[in-house]
Design a protein around this ligand. Sequence first.
Ligand code: AMP
Length: 364
Amino acid sequence: MAHLQPGATIGILGGGQLGRMLAMAAARLGLKTHVYAPESASPAFDVAAAHTVGAFDDADALAEFAECVDVATYEFENVPAGSVAVLAQLCPVRPGPAALEASQDRLAEKEFLAALGVETAAYLSVEDAGALIRAVGKLGRPAILKTRRLGYDGKGQIAIREGSDLAASFRSLGGAPAILESVVPFVKEISIIAARALDGGFAAYDATENVHVNHILSRSRAPAAVDSACAAAAVAATRKIADALEYVGVIGVEMFVVEEGRRKQGIVVNEIAPRVHNSGHWTLDGAVCSQFEQHIRAIAGWPLGSTKRHGAMVTMHNLLGDEVNTFAELLAEPGACVHLYGKTPARPGRKMGHVTRIFAKYED
Ligand code: AMP
């Protein structure tokens, strides 16, 4: 069925906080969710109508899951493409397999972006230590070596500096196929969170400015302090990407802002996330329709909601590891919107919750 009716069931692959917040948004719209995840203590299970504990490569369990849902989606991009292909034969999967293919492999992602004329860091494919030596010869140092697959939050990457031992660097990533990227001299990192509907309609939120600490998102604010041409170029690149993938759902595109000569800002795309994105969490309290509701609307075949921002500025802080222990103080703070994911234990760097704040004035 292309368009869901209230009471229909959305299947979500992955049971983390993104799945949890998707399930909560679906419930608000009268839709049920069935979450499929390998870990029995998945935060999304607490808020879904049904759940299945199963491995992502268990074709029988996935087929049973498909029987129970009207449409399936995923909350992270490392679901094996083969499993999504199994599902896609049994029920609509939104966004479709093209989005996964383009985002699971950093080389395929860069080639896809290059074919669209979207700027990325200079890159070269690295299959072995010899290829790394040649690639460093061409791109120079510093550079970043990233595994092609299964990297996130800075995992699976290593900086190549003056004096780095190249063979040891390659080995440290397990000898997996990789790419070498030149270091982009960015002045800011931003992301565009946008949605594409089943009928091709498109809606983007304000560009979001992001600060990473130890490669993990620490805080975001919207709108990003970038010039309007830069923000427009970022949205245009996102739309081009979503259209090329015939995308349905919310997409997050991470970008670097670079200064091109006097005052002019340009964008360089770092990564595509075919899902709701951490840097879009501010929309939960700071926009008319949150990214989670927007994703549910899009995959249900429903009209997209308004992306209008509340206030002059909205900020989002991730509560990482034991930062979550400040929850009582945050709850006591007027205007702080506290979101806790119900995860234990609070390991260092683990995303345990976040807090958003809406400001009447923009402050730099
Ligand atoms: P990634 O895992 O690709 O999202 O990278 C995580 C973070 O590492 C980014 O948000 C940047 O802060 C930094 N980074 C990754 N690639 C580059 C690059 N080519 N140039 C400069 N910084 C980068």
